[in-house]
Each structure stands twice: as structure tokens, then as C-alpha cells.
Design a protein around this ligand. Structure first.
Ligand code: GTP
Length: 520
């Protein structure tokens, strides 16, 4: 049975079972129906403009929210459900607006925070628009060349040389340099004690939704926007002509399915509409929904969306991604899930570039009641990883999750840093890390795609965590990730609460995205 058949069966079942409730719940659908009848050309144009504006504002707000105090105001009401590190975000933003120079990067192996000096513009994390990304990438490329040269000429203590010139003969030296951090003061907090009451989750507020309902809620914004756009489209066009398909193509691109997918889908729809001789808006709409579902189905064929866990010993999950995308929150949510499954969980705060990041992970560890390995800000992240993996092995942890820094100051540094962490992990646990999960913020659309390409070039990403799907109208980004990146989406963030993280499930995703849009 294909995804489309499953979708139809589910839609029917849900209608039959929950008829009264559905009537109340799907106000958005009736709103869409009303729009279908009443939207005039002018209204549609205005609605589109408002919508775009609202989306832009939302995207901007999301981008800004990770580094401004406004975030704390917006989220005050959610204190009981998730940790918010307002104080630290402030310090983060001031730090992130600056960058390390090439000189400082070559001195990283000294683990000396004090050697870092700053200059503008060579990281991607503060990028909030495509042009900025392009600009930054250009700079990054230039810097990368310079960086490679500089690093190549630096003494044997540099990270690059450690990684590239390491031979069996120098293994001992390298071990020494990597193990030396152990002597640094390390705080390994066993959080067996209960965290204070103010930091406890309010479990009564956690939803008891099954997977489908969770997706249905999380994707409400994407669904309703797509539905509204479809309705507006049908209100504007009395006949299904070439202009209709062009507008449909624009609409799909606006939904972030990716340019190629939008073209492909529209081409297929042209043929299908002819084939089925669909003329009435209702029939055409069904063909559109059906085609989209089929596309999700076929693109996902053979995709391994599962999280790979070690068959024995600790499973190591490494989280990468730029600042503010939701790495720490995802780790916090996942830690709770693993803990509830009876697993022994250890977190490693390897984002040592800012104190706020360490503290934020610490708060999650306390709330989840799991352990954490953390060092002071500015220390070598690899040292925290080393302590973490040693501890995980020695004390039989099931899961080790590593929160890395989101700084993408330049590819060489990032690559070296991640490579160093991976080498330390592999030395202790040969098949670690079991997953390198790239966290992407769905609300940033094409920026997320750009970041993904950079990370993919830099390290062996094994899967994507797509966060903040609840905050975007562009759920189509899942298709773009599949088509353009060929990476499986493994987890999705559907809200800010601890339970708002789901394994990616194509059935549930499609149901959440298109429910109510198929007309009987
Ligand atoms: N609505 C929504 N918000 C989310 C989701 N995941 C994370 N967030 C929010 O996104 C913001 C940033 O999340 P963080 O976990 O701090 O992001 P990060 O990647 O660790 O950022 P740094 O620590 O700065 O590197 C926080 O306010 C989170 O509550 C999600 O799935 N939905």
C-alpha cells in the first residue's frame, strides 16, 4: 500500500471517528473553504502579501530570537516546559558577532581562549539572508585558502598538523597532547540529586498525543498556509491553464520544496490533469495532493530514517549545526526520551566557546535528571569529549550525546575541530560516533540548505534533525533536503516542549501536511 492509500484511509478513519470533534478542530479547513468561495483577486493578492510579510517577520524573529533579550519575554510563559538561557544568549550574541582571525585559529591547539582575537564576517551562524550567506561563503572560501596556507606553515602543535601528519611514530606525542586536557579541572556533575523545583518540567502540560496527532499539530502552520494558497489559486483561476500551472509552481517554490522539485511536480501535474481530465477545482486539488504525496513517497524510498544505536556499549551521538538552530534543545529532548526508556545518559558540553551554551546544556541535564561532563568556557572542546567518552565507557552509559559549538568560523577550523573530536571518540569506541546529526532550523529555508551543504562538505553527516517545523509554513523543506542533500531526516522538532521531538515518519508527516486538503 502506497503512502497515498495510507493517507486516504487515515483521513477517512479520522473523519468517521472524530466527526464532531473534527468539525470544531478544523476551523482552519472551513476557513479555507470559505476563502475558496469568497476570495477575490484583490483579496488574494493582499493576503499573499500579508502572508509573505508575516513569514518574513517570523523568520527574522526566529533568527534574532536566539541572540536577543526579546526571546526571554516571548517565552516567559513556557518556563516550566523548557529551559531558556536568557542571560547567556546575550553574551553569546556579543561573542558571535565577532570572529576569530586566522592567527587565532592556528593557535587553537594551545587551548588558549586568551589568544583569540576577533574580526568580522567569517562565520555563517549570524547569517539571516541568502545574500549574506553568499557573501560570507565567499569570504570563507578566501579565508579557507589563506587558512590552509597559514596552518600548513604553523608548527607541529597545530590541529591540522596533528591531524594530517600524524604517524605511528608520533602517536605517542599526539596522545599526550590530546590526553593532557584530562589534567585540567573538569566538572562531572552527577545529577542524581533532584533539580530545584523551579527547573522541573510540568509533566501535566505534556501532551499525550500519538505520533500522527503530534505531527498534525506541529505542521498546522505549513498545512494551513498550503491550503490557503491552494484555495487562493483556485479562486483566481477559473480554468486550469498554463498560467495556473506557473502560479502553482511559484507556490511550491514558496513552500520551500526546492526549485527542481517544484518544476518536476508541476510537469507531472500537467500530464496527470490531462490524463484524468480533471476540470473542477476539487478534482484538480486532489490530483495535486495525490502527486505531492506520491513524490514524498518515492523520494523517501530506501531512506534510513532510524537512529543508529550501538549493539553493545555506549552509543555516541554527535550534534553539529550553527548557533541557535536548536542543537541543545534537541539534545535535551532526546535525553529525556532515552532516560524514560531506562537508558543511562551522559551529555558532553563541547560547545566551550561560550559559557551560556555550557550552562544551557547543564540546565537540560538537571531537568532530565541525566549526567553531564562540562569544563569551563574557553577550554578545548576535545578535552570535554575525551573525558566524556572515558566516563561513558568506564561507567557503562548507554548514550553519550555531544553538543558541539555552532561556530562555522571557517571550514578548515570546523573540519579540524570535528575531526579531532571524532578521532578521540573512535580511539575509545571504534564505531563511534554512531550518528553525526546536523541540526537545521526549518524556518530559515534556503539558509538551512546552504549551511547543510557546508557541513556536508566538512564532516560525515549521517542524518538531519529538522527543528522548528511548527514555526514555519515551509514544511516542503523536507523534500528539498532529500533531493538536494540526499541525507535522511531522522528527527523533527515540532515545538519547544520536551516532548515536541519526533522520529521522522513519512506517513505522519504527510498526514500532518495534507490532512483535510483532499476533497471527498
Ligand atoms: N518552536 C520551536 N522552537 C525550538 C525548537 N527547537 C529549538 N527551539 C528553540 O530554538 C531556540 C534555540 O535553541 P538552542 O537549543 O539554544 O539552539 P542551539 O543550536 O543549541 O544554539 P547555541 O547553543 O546558541 O549553539 C530556543 O529558544 C529553543 O527553544 C522546535 O522544534 N520548535
Amino acid at each position: 500500500m502506497g503512502l497515498f492509500d495510507i493517507f486516504r484511509r487515515r483521513s477517512k478513519e479520522s473523519k468517521e471517528e472524530k466527526q464532531p470533534e473534527e468539525t470544531v478542530k478544523s476551523s482552519e479547513q472551513s476557513e479555507q473553504e470559505t476563502k475558496l468561495e469568497s476570495v477575490t483577486d484583490a483579496q488574494t493578492t493582499a493576503a499573499d502579501a500579508n502572508e509573505t510579510e508575516a513569514e518574513n517577520t517570523a523568520t527574522e524573529a526566529t533568527t534574532d530570537s536566539t541572540s536577543t533579550d526579546d526571546q526571554s519575554d516571548v517565552k516567559e510563559n513556557e518556563e516550566a516546559e523548557k529551559p531558556v538561557m536568557n542571560d547567556s544568549e546575550e553574551s553569546d550574541s556579543s561573542f558571535d558577532s565577532s570572529e576569530e582571525t586566522n592567527e587565532s585559529s592556528t593557535e587553537e591547539s594551545d587551548n588558549s581562549q586568551a589568544t583569540e582575537t576577533v574580526s568580522e564576517g567569517d562565520n555563517l551562524e549570524d547569517v539571516s539572508d541568502d545574500s549574506a550567506v553568499e557573501d560570507t561563503r565567499e569570504k570563507t572560501t578566501t579565508r579557507q585558502d589563506t587558512q590552509s596556507e597559514t596552518i600548513a606553515n604553523t608548527d607541529s602543535e597545530t590541529i591540522t598538523n596533528n591531524l594530517e601528519t600524524e604517524t605511528a611514530a608520533s602517536q605517542e606525542d599526539t596522545n599526550e597532547s590530546e590526553e593532557s586536557p584530562v589534567e585540567e579541572p573538569t566538572s562531572v556533575d552527577n545529577q542524581s540529586t533532584e533539580p530545584d523545583d523551579t527547573q522541573k518540567f510540568d509533566d501535566t502540560k505534556q501532551p499525550t498525543e500519538d505520533g500522527a496527532t503530534q505531527y498534525e499539530h506541529g505542521l498546522a502552520k505549513s498545512r494551513s498556509t498550503f491550503g490557503q494558497r491552494l484555495n487562493a489559486l483556485f479562486a483566481n483561476f477559473r480554468s486550469v491553464d498554463e498560467e495556473f500551472f506557473e502560479r502553482l509552481e511559484d507556490m511550491l517554490i514558496e513552500s520551500d520544496v526546492g526549485f527542481e522539485t517544484a518544476m518536476k511536480l508541476t510537469d507531472e501535474l500537467r500530464d496527470e490533469v490531462k490524463l484524468q481530465n480533471a476540470k473542477k477545482p476539487k478534482d484538480v486539488q486532489n490530483v495535486i495532493v495525490q502527486k505531492m504525496i506520491e513524490l514524498y513517497d518515492s523520494e523517501g524510498n530506501g531512506e534510513d530514517n532510524t537512529l543508529h544505536l550501538a549493539s553493545s556499549g555506549p552509543t555516541v551521538l554527535l550534534f553539529v549545526g550553527v548557533n541557535g538552530v536548536g542543537k541543545t534543545t534537541t539534545i535535551g529532548k532526546l535525553a529525556k526520551r532515552f532516560k524514560d526508556e531506562g537508558k543511562k545518559v551522559l551529555l558532553v558540553a563541547a560547545d566551550t566557546f561560550r559559557a551560556g551554551a555550557i550552562e544551557q546544556l547543564n540546565v537540560w541535564a538537571q531537568r532530565d535528571g541525566v549526567d553531564i561532563v562540562k569544563k569551563e568556557a574557553g577550554s578545548d572542546p576535545a578535552a570535554s569529549v575525551f573525558d566524556g567518552v572515558k566516563k561513558a565507557k568506564a561507567e557503562n552509559y548507554d548514550i553519550l550525546m555531544v553538543d558541539t559549538a555552532g561556530r562555522l568560523q571557517n571550514k578548515v577550523n570546523l573540519m579540524n575541530e570535528l575531526a579531532k573530536m571524532k578521532k578521540i571518540l573512535t580511539r575509545e569506541i571504534p564505531d563511534a560516533p554512531h550518528e553525526v546529526l546536523l541540526v537545521l532550523d526549518a524556518t530559515t529555508g534556503q539558509n538551512a540548505m546552504t549551511q547543510a551543504k557546508t557541513f556536508k562538505d566538512t564532516t560525515d553527516v549521517t542524518g538531519i534533525v529538522l527543528t522548528k517545523l511548527d514555526g514555519t509554513a515551509k514544511g516542503g523543506i523536507v523534500l528539498a533536503i532529500r533531493n538536494e542533500l540526499h541525507l535522511p531526516v531522522k528527527l523533527v522538532g515540532l515545538g519547544e516542549k520536551v516532548t515536541d521531538l519526533a522520529d521522522f515518519d513519512a506517513n505522519n508527516f504527510i498526514y500532518g501536511l495534507f490532512k483535510g486538503l483532499f476533497k471527498d
